[in-house]
Design a protein around this ligand. Structure first.
Ligand code: BGC
Length: 496
């Protein structure tokens, strides 16, 4: 006799849709379901696959730290440790109007930021959703789209008097993909990440490509800085919380930035910058352990995701952590159990067999389902996949979601720990500005990162505290544009 699938209620989906959920008791007799015991046995297997012991974490941290150091020493390393030409921390006195364009993993955002000094600012913004097609069509077309959106934004703000006719506003372009920078307003795309694949862009200077689109569309702006979202987050967070030493993004992709001493970046020695100056480093740590796969505990599901991605071998760390992949990891486990005849016997499973059909947002809903009957999980499976579940199965899915989410948070803690350890921040402690959908919306993600930091460092791990960061791609980019203007007006390092 299968366990009960009875239950009814409403569920709010990530789309905001309200879903009524009813399960029919007569179905219980019709479909064969796995027993509670079978599900518990399977869970034990996945527990050992997805659990990271403190000892294993410490080994990862050591390898990570060495990789970070290598990236600073030599050019063209797997983790590229990109010098950003953002010199030191903001003073908090930066003022003025700045435009910001943010091409992230999911949206395009255009903002007008007014920095008022004393850590204060105002912002107006418009968001546009990027389609899957736009991510794959010609790169110049993508930048044309960004320019058109910016043009509309500027025109609207001119019409309502927010902007003045004849102004050429400085523009910070937040482009959150790995770019090798020779100077602050230049960036050669090393590789697309997060599922983007727009041709004719890799290897090219994306700032120059965007400038070309701005010129074509006659947009009255001057691109003054090309910025990674993590660098923007680092600067914006420090503007409001000066204890911030590191910024991390856990969203569709993952990455970190921190402030380094120029003397500890041997690969830019030839530029003749004061060795005691400080410069933000965009780590691009999502690439950690790419190609060689020596350090990270990849399961066969991670390997499938990697092999079937548009960039096999690349972004190995990101593929275990970021929001783009977590739902897919869970889906692959479920599909394996379908193939093995454990789950959903006698039901049509084609909907859940579609790659990336299970969004990471579902994973977080599954984990946070407050109802005893796990109504949210009933809702997700019936509404999106037309599948009936038993309570035992739903409990299994929730436990599995926890394992995948927890592993991601603990690996994230390893990355933070590597920077903390490299920079000797442990004793004194520091704040870590964090942003991204996973960090902001996944229940318990931050707590698990903190728990992970304590597993690596013991009690002292408590000295490292993450907090929800300021908007790096908008505010951060404006502050960086302002800092750059001050630097250049002072005639400092004009060549970068
Ligand atoms: C990109 C980084 C970015 C991160 C978070 C990664 O895929 O390579 O540049 O900072 O996603 O958006």
């Amino acid at each position: 006799m299968p366990s009960s699938r009875r239950g009814s209620g409403t569920v709010t989906l990530p789309t905001g849709q309200l879903l009524a959920v009813h399960t029919r008791t007569q179905d219980e007799e019709d479909l064969p379901h796995a027993t509670k015991k079978t599900m518990a046995d399977h869970l034990r297997k996945y527990e050992s696959l997805f659990t990271l012991t403190p000892q294993r974490m410490r080994m990862i941290v050591e390898a990570f730290k060495e990789t970070l150091e290598l990236g600073l020493e030599k050019p063209e390393q797997v983790v590229p440790m990109i010098p950003t030409y953002v010199f030191g921390w903001p003073t908090g006195k930066e003022t003025g109007d700045f435009l910001a364009v943010d091409l992230g993993g999911t949206n395009l955002r255009v903002c007008l930021v007014t920095l008022q000094g004393e850590g204060k600012f105002e912002m107006t913004q418009t968001k546009y959703r990027l389609t899957e097609e736009q991510k794959q069509e010609d790169g110049q077309k993508l930048f044309d789209f960004c320019a058109e959106c910016l043009k509309t934004f500027v025109t609207t703000n001119l019409e309502d008097g927010t902007l003045k006719e004849g102004d050429t506003l400085p523009l910070g372009f937040t482009f959150s993909y790995p770019c090798f920078q020779e100077k602050i307003d230049h960036g050669q795309l090393i590789r697309w990440t997060k599922g983007f694949g727009a041709p004719n862009t890799e290897g090219r200077d994306v700032a120059a490509m965007f400038r070309e689109s701005l010129r074509k569309h006659n947009v009255p702006v001057e691109l003054t800085a090309l910025i990674n979202d993590t660098t923007g987050t680092l600067i914006a967070s420090s503007y409001v919380n000066p204890r911030t030493k590191i910024a991390v993004i856990f969203g569709t992709g993952c990455n970190a930035a921190y402030m380094e001493q120029v003397k500890d970046i041997p690969k830019i020695k030839q530029l003749g910058i004061d060795p005691d100056a400080e410069m933000a480093i965009n780590c691009e740590w999502g690439a950690f352990d790419s190609f060689e796969h020596e350090h990270l505990p990849r399961t066969k599901y991670d390997i499938i995701i990697d092999e079937q991605s548009n960039k096999p071998g690349e972004q190995a760390f990101e593929k275990l952590i970021s929001g783009r992949y977590l739902g897919e990891i869970l889906r692959l486990v479920i599909c394996e159990l379908i193939d093995d005849g454990v789950l959903f016997l006698g039901q049509e499973t084609y909907k859940i067999e579609i790659a990336y059909a299970l969004d990471t947002a579902f994973l977080s809903l599954m984990e946070s389902d407050p109802t005893e009957e796990l109504l949210m999980i009933i809702g997700i499976f019936t509404h999106f996949f037309a599948l009936e579940t038993t309570l035992a199965e739903r409990q299994f899915f929730r436990a599995l979601a926890k394992l995948v989410g927890r592993r991601a948070a603990r690996l994230s803690a390893c990355g933070i720990a590597a920077i903390v350890s490299k920079m000797n921040y442990l004793e004194e402690g520091c704040a870590v500005g964090a942003d991204g959908s996973l960090y902001n919306k996944y229940p318990g993600f931050a707590d698990r990162v903190h728990e992970g930091l304590q597993d690596v460092f013991g009690d002292k791990g408590r000295n490292i505290v993450t907090y929800h960061a300021e908007d790096g791609s908008g505010v951060g980019s404006a502050i960086i544009a302002a800092m750059t203007k001050v630097r250049k007006d002072a005639g400092l390092y004009l060549n970068v």
